[in-house]
Design a protein. Structure first.
Length: 321
Protein backbone atom coordinates (compact mmCIF):
# COMPACT_ATOMS: atom_id res chain seq x y z
CA UNK A 1 0.00 0.00 0.00
CA UNK A 2 1.40 3.39 -1.00
CA UNK A 3 0.96 6.32 1.35
CA UNK A 4 2.91 9.44 2.24
CA UNK A 5 3.43 11.98 5.01
CA UNK A 6 4.15 15.69 4.49
CA UNK A 7 5.23 18.06 7.26
CA UNK A 8 5.31 21.85 7.31
CA UNK A 9 7.30 24.21 9.51
CA UNK A 10 5.76 24.68 12.94
CA UNK A 11 6.14 27.30 15.65
CA UNK A 12 6.30 27.61 19.43
CA UNK A 13 6.08 30.27 22.13
CA UNK A 14 6.65 30.05 25.90
CA UNK A 15 3.38 28.20 26.50
CA UNK A 16 2.31 26.29 23.40
CA UNK A 17 3.63 24.37 20.41
CA UNK A 18 1.99 24.03 16.98
CA UNK A 19 2.93 21.41 14.36
CA UNK A 20 0.89 20.42 11.29
CA UNK A 21 0.96 18.31 8.13
CA UNK A 22 -0.93 15.88 5.88
CA UNK A 23 -1.12 12.13 5.32
CA UNK A 24 -1.91 10.89 1.81
CA UNK A 25 -3.06 7.64 0.21
CA UNK A 26 -0.83 8.64 -2.70
CA UNK A 27 2.45 10.46 -3.17
CA UNK A 28 2.56 13.82 -1.40
CA UNK A 29 2.57 16.86 -3.75
CA UNK A 30 6.25 17.54 -2.99
CA UNK A 31 7.29 14.28 -4.67
CA UNK A 32 6.77 15.77 -8.15
CA UNK A 33 9.63 17.65 -9.80
CA UNK A 34 9.40 21.41 -10.14
CA UNK A 35 12.04 21.89 -12.85
CA UNK A 36 10.59 20.01 -15.79
CA UNK A 37 9.91 21.88 -19.01
CA UNK A 38 6.77 22.47 -21.05
CA UNK A 39 4.06 19.84 -20.94
CA UNK A 40 6.03 17.68 -18.49
CA UNK A 41 5.92 20.50 -15.96
CA UNK A 42 2.17 20.87 -16.53
CA UNK A 43 1.73 17.14 -15.85
CA UNK A 44 3.71 17.48 -12.59
CA UNK A 45 1.52 20.38 -11.45
CA UNK A 46 -1.68 18.49 -12.26
CA UNK A 47 -0.38 15.47 -10.31
CA UNK A 48 0.11 17.76 -7.28
CA UNK A 49 -3.66 18.23 -7.27
CA UNK A 50 -4.55 14.59 -7.96
CA UNK A 51 -3.72 13.49 -4.44
CA UNK A 52 -5.78 11.37 -2.05
CA UNK A 53 -5.78 12.44 1.61
CA UNK A 54 -6.05 9.71 4.20
CA UNK A 55 -8.30 10.33 7.22
CA UNK A 56 -8.25 8.91 10.74
CA UNK A 57 -4.60 7.81 10.56
CA UNK A 58 -2.71 7.95 13.84
CA UNK A 59 0.31 10.27 13.75
CA UNK A 60 2.91 10.61 16.50
CA UNK A 61 4.93 13.74 17.31
CA UNK A 62 8.34 13.57 18.99
CA UNK A 63 9.95 16.80 20.17
CA UNK A 64 12.52 17.00 22.97
CA UNK A 65 10.93 15.01 25.83
CA UNK A 66 7.42 15.16 24.34
CA UNK A 67 5.73 12.21 22.64
CA UNK A 68 2.07 12.70 21.73
CA UNK A 69 -0.37 11.21 19.19
CA UNK A 70 -3.40 12.40 17.28
CA UNK A 71 -5.32 11.33 14.13
CA UNK A 72 -5.81 12.96 10.75
CA UNK A 73 -8.98 14.82 9.81
CA UNK A 74 -11.19 14.09 6.80
CA UNK A 75 -8.85 15.93 4.40
CA UNK A 76 -5.76 14.13 5.75
CA UNK A 77 -4.71 17.21 7.72
CA UNK A 78 -3.40 16.95 11.25
CA UNK A 79 -2.40 19.60 13.76
CA UNK A 80 -0.75 19.26 17.14
CA UNK A 81 -1.58 22.22 19.40
CA UNK A 82 -0.12 21.26 22.75
CA UNK A 83 1.13 22.96 25.94
CA UNK A 84 4.88 23.48 25.99
CA UNK A 85 6.86 25.39 28.60
CA UNK A 86 10.32 23.87 28.19
CA UNK A 87 13.38 26.09 27.97
CA UNK A 88 14.12 26.64 24.32
CA UNK A 89 16.67 28.85 22.60
CA UNK A 90 15.47 31.20 19.88
CA UNK A 91 15.77 29.85 16.35
CA UNK A 92 14.75 26.74 14.42
CA UNK A 93 14.43 23.36 16.15
CA UNK A 94 13.95 19.90 14.59
CA UNK A 95 10.96 17.66 15.32
CA UNK A 96 9.79 14.26 14.10
CA UNK A 97 6.38 12.94 13.09
CA UNK A 98 5.68 9.29 12.28
CA UNK A 99 2.68 7.25 11.23
CA UNK A 100 1.85 3.66 10.35
CA UNK A 101 -0.74 2.22 7.97
CA UNK A 102 -1.14 -1.56 8.22
CA UNK A 103 2.47 -2.84 8.36
CA UNK A 104 4.05 0.13 6.62
CA UNK A 105 5.50 2.99 8.64
CA UNK A 106 6.94 6.35 7.66
CA UNK A 107 8.95 8.95 9.57
CA UNK A 108 9.48 12.57 8.49
CA UNK A 109 11.40 15.47 10.02
CA UNK A 110 10.81 19.20 9.89
CA UNK A 111 11.52 22.18 12.14
CA UNK A 112 9.69 24.72 14.23
CA UNK A 113 10.37 28.36 15.03
CA UNK A 114 11.02 29.96 18.41
CA UNK A 115 11.28 33.67 17.49
CA UNK A 116 14.29 35.76 18.36
CA UNK A 117 13.79 38.97 20.29
CA UNK A 118 12.55 41.10 17.42
CA UNK A 119 11.88 44.62 16.32
CA UNK A 120 9.13 43.38 14.00
CA UNK A 121 7.33 40.27 12.79
CA UNK A 122 6.64 40.13 9.07
CA UNK A 123 3.53 38.60 7.48
CA UNK A 124 3.55 38.52 3.69
CA UNK A 125 1.19 37.39 0.99
CA UNK A 126 2.83 35.40 -1.83
CA UNK A 127 1.17 35.69 -5.26
CA UNK A 128 1.81 39.11 -6.80
CA UNK A 129 3.40 40.30 -3.58
CA UNK A 130 6.81 38.69 -4.12
CA UNK A 131 6.01 35.99 -6.73
CA UNK A 132 4.82 37.30 -10.12
CA UNK A 133 1.56 35.36 -10.66
CA UNK A 134 -0.96 37.58 -12.50
CA UNK A 135 -3.71 36.60 -10.05
CA UNK A 136 -6.07 39.18 -11.54
CA UNK A 137 -6.05 37.36 -14.91
CA UNK A 138 -7.43 33.83 -14.51
CA UNK A 139 -6.15 32.40 -17.82
CA UNK A 140 -2.71 34.02 -17.59
CA UNK A 141 -2.25 32.79 -14.02
CA UNK A 142 -3.24 29.26 -15.05
CA UNK A 143 -0.86 29.31 -18.03
CA UNK A 144 2.08 30.47 -15.90
CA UNK A 145 1.35 27.88 -13.20
CA UNK A 146 1.21 25.06 -15.76
CA UNK A 147 3.99 25.98 -18.18
CA UNK A 148 6.53 28.06 -16.25
CA UNK A 149 8.66 25.84 -14.02
CA UNK A 150 10.34 27.06 -10.86
CA UNK A 151 13.40 28.30 -12.77
CA UNK A 152 11.21 30.38 -15.11
CA UNK A 153 9.01 31.99 -12.46
CA UNK A 154 9.94 35.54 -11.52
CA UNK A 155 10.32 37.49 -8.30
CA UNK A 156 9.58 41.23 -8.32
CA UNK A 157 12.63 43.46 -8.59
CA UNK A 158 14.08 44.62 -5.25
CA UNK A 159 11.75 42.34 -3.23
CA UNK A 160 14.68 40.24 -2.01
CA UNK A 161 16.75 43.16 -0.60
CA UNK A 162 13.60 44.59 1.03
CA UNK A 163 12.68 41.29 2.70
CA UNK A 164 16.27 40.61 3.74
CA UNK A 165 16.49 44.09 5.29
CA UNK A 166 13.22 43.47 7.16
CA UNK A 167 14.64 40.16 8.37
CA UNK A 168 17.77 41.85 9.77
CA UNK A 169 16.07 44.99 11.13
CA UNK A 170 17.10 45.71 14.71
CA UNK A 171 19.14 42.49 15.03
CA UNK A 172 22.67 42.97 16.35
CA UNK A 173 23.52 39.26 16.45
CA UNK A 174 24.37 37.98 12.94
CA UNK A 175 22.68 34.62 13.63
CA UNK A 176 19.39 36.24 14.70
CA UNK A 177 16.56 37.33 12.43
CA UNK A 178 13.04 38.69 12.63
CA UNK A 179 10.23 36.16 12.20
CA UNK A 180 8.59 35.76 8.78
CA UNK A 181 5.24 34.20 7.93
CA UNK A 182 4.02 33.64 4.36
CA UNK A 183 0.21 33.44 4.25
CA UNK A 184 -1.57 32.81 0.95
CA UNK A 185 -4.78 31.71 -0.75
CA UNK A 186 -2.75 29.11 -2.61
CA UNK A 187 -3.46 25.59 -1.39
CA UNK A 188 -1.22 23.22 0.57
CA UNK A 189 -0.66 21.39 -2.73
CA UNK A 190 1.78 24.17 -3.70
CA UNK A 191 3.73 24.28 -0.42
CA UNK A 192 6.89 22.73 -1.83
CA UNK A 193 6.86 25.04 -4.86
CA UNK A 194 6.51 28.14 -2.63
CA UNK A 195 9.19 27.01 -0.19
CA UNK A 196 11.60 26.02 -2.97
CA UNK A 197 10.99 29.33 -4.77
CA UNK A 198 11.74 31.26 -1.57
CA UNK A 199 14.98 29.29 -1.06
CA UNK A 200 15.99 29.74 -4.70
CA UNK A 201 15.71 33.53 -4.42
CA UNK A 202 17.16 33.74 -0.89
CA UNK A 203 13.98 35.11 0.65
CA UNK A 204 13.82 34.84 4.45
CA UNK A 205 13.02 31.42 5.86
CA UNK A 206 9.40 31.46 7.02
CA UNK A 207 6.52 29.58 8.53
CA UNK A 208 4.13 29.06 5.58
CA UNK A 209 0.36 28.91 6.04
CA UNK A 210 -1.85 28.02 3.07
CA UNK A 211 -5.43 27.15 2.15
CA UNK A 212 -7.19 23.81 2.56
CA UNK A 213 -5.74 21.16 0.27
CA UNK A 214 -7.44 20.36 -3.04
CA UNK A 215 -7.81 16.87 -4.44
CA UNK A 216 -8.91 16.95 -8.07
CA UNK A 217 -8.58 18.51 -11.52
CA UNK A 218 -11.77 20.56 -11.17
CA UNK A 219 -10.41 21.95 -7.88
CA UNK A 220 -7.11 22.73 -9.60
CA UNK A 221 -8.81 25.04 -12.10
CA UNK A 222 -9.86 27.30 -9.24
CA UNK A 223 -6.59 27.30 -7.33
CA UNK A 224 -6.07 30.44 -5.28
CA UNK A 225 -9.61 31.67 -5.86
CA UNK A 226 -12.74 31.85 -3.72
CA UNK A 227 -13.17 33.17 -0.20
CA UNK A 228 -10.11 34.70 1.48
CA UNK A 229 -11.43 34.63 5.06
CA UNK A 230 -9.00 31.79 5.86
CA UNK A 231 -6.16 34.34 5.47
CA UNK A 232 -7.77 36.56 8.09
CA UNK A 233 -8.03 33.60 10.48
CA UNK A 234 -4.42 32.53 9.89
CA UNK A 235 -3.04 36.05 10.37
CA UNK A 236 -5.19 36.44 13.48
CA UNK A 237 -3.77 33.16 14.84
CA UNK A 238 -0.19 34.37 14.28
CA UNK A 239 -0.74 37.73 16.01
CA UNK A 240 -2.55 36.10 18.93
CA UNK A 241 0.25 33.52 19.26
CA UNK A 242 2.94 36.22 19.32
CA UNK A 243 1.08 39.26 20.71
CA UNK A 244 4.21 41.15 21.77
CA UNK A 245 5.54 41.65 18.23
CA UNK A 246 4.90 44.71 16.08
CA UNK A 247 3.88 43.48 12.65
CA UNK A 248 4.61 44.55 9.10
CA UNK A 249 2.03 43.27 6.59
CA UNK A 250 2.81 42.98 2.87
CA UNK A 251 0.26 42.27 0.14
CA UNK A 252 -1.04 43.46 -3.22
CA UNK A 253 -4.14 45.00 -4.76
CA UNK A 254 -5.04 42.14 -7.12
CA UNK A 255 -7.45 40.48 -4.69
CA UNK A 256 -8.56 41.34 -1.15
CA UNK A 257 -5.38 42.12 0.79
CA UNK A 258 -6.22 45.80 1.49
CA UNK A 259 -9.67 44.92 2.91
CA UNK A 260 -8.19 42.00 4.86
CA UNK A 261 -5.42 44.11 6.39
CA UNK A 262 -7.89 46.86 7.30
CA UNK A 263 -9.85 44.26 9.31
CA UNK A 264 -6.66 43.11 11.02
CA UNK A 265 -5.78 46.69 12.04
CA UNK A 266 -9.25 47.18 13.51
CA UNK A 267 -9.12 43.93 15.48
CA UNK A 268 -5.51 44.41 16.68
CA UNK A 269 -5.10 48.16 17.29
CA UNK A 270 -1.51 48.93 18.19
CA UNK A 271 -0.08 45.65 16.83
CA UNK A 272 0.46 46.69 13.21
CA UNK A 273 3.41 48.97 12.48
CA UNK A 274 3.16 49.24 8.69
CA UNK A 275 1.24 47.93 5.68
CA UNK A 276 2.67 47.59 2.18
CA UNK A 277 0.42 47.04 -0.85
CA UNK A 278 1.88 46.34 -4.28
CA UNK A 279 0.16 47.98 -7.26
CA UNK A 280 -0.40 45.22 -9.84
CA UNK A 281 -1.98 47.18 -12.71
CA UNK A 282 -1.03 50.35 -14.60
CA UNK A 283 -3.16 52.57 -12.41
CA UNK A 284 -3.68 52.73 -8.68
CA UNK A 285 -7.08 51.50 -7.53
CA UNK A 286 -9.21 54.17 -5.89
CA UNK A 287 -10.75 51.64 -3.51
CA UNK A 288 -7.30 50.55 -2.32
CA UNK A 289 -6.25 54.18 -1.85
CA UNK A 290 -9.38 54.83 0.20
CA UNK A 291 -8.75 51.78 2.41
CA UNK A 292 -5.11 52.73 3.00
CA UNK A 293 -6.14 56.27 3.90
CA UNK A 294 -8.48 54.85 6.54
CA UNK A 295 -5.73 52.55 7.83
CA UNK A 296 -3.35 55.53 8.08
CA UNK A 297 -5.97 57.35 10.18
CA UNK A 298 -5.53 54.54 12.75
CA UNK A 299 -1.83 55.41 13.18
CA UNK A 300 -0.47 52.68 10.91
CA UNK A 301 2.14 53.60 8.29
CA UNK A 302 1.04 52.66 4.74
CA UNK A 303 2.78 52.44 1.39
CA UNK A 304 1.08 51.80 -1.96
CA UNK A 305 3.89 51.03 -4.38
CA UNK A 306 4.62 49.82 -7.89
CA UNK A 307 8.33 49.22 -7.32
CA UNK A 308 9.85 47.65 -4.21
CA UNK A 309 12.47 50.41 -4.32
CA UNK A 310 9.73 52.77 -3.08
CA UNK A 311 8.82 50.29 -0.32
CA UNK A 312 12.45 50.12 0.79
CA UNK A 313 12.71 53.91 1.00
CA UNK A 314 9.46 54.01 2.98
CA UNK A 315 10.74 51.38 5.45
CA UNK A 316 13.90 53.46 5.89
CA UNK A 317 11.91 56.68 6.38
CA UNK A 318 9.83 55.26 9.24
CA UNK A 319 12.82 53.60 10.90
CA UNK A 320 11.97 49.93 10.34
CA UNK A 321 15.17 49.26 8.40
Amino acid sequence: MKFDLKLYRGYVNDEELVVFGHVFKSWAPDKYRLDRKGIRHAVSVIHMFRIKPLQNVEVKLKFKDIEVSTKTLEDGYFRFTIPYSGKLESGWHPFEVSCKVHDYGIVENSELLKPFESKVGVISDIDDTFLVSHSGNFFKKLYILLFKNINKRKVFEDVVPHYQALSRAGQENETASNSFFYVSSSEWNLYEFIDAFARLHQLPKAVIKLKKIKTGISDFLFTGRGNHDHKFEKIKDIIMFYPNLDYVLLGDDSQKDPQLYERIVKVFPGSIKAIYIRQTSHRKKSNTESILKNIASMNVATCYFKSSEKAIKHSESIGII
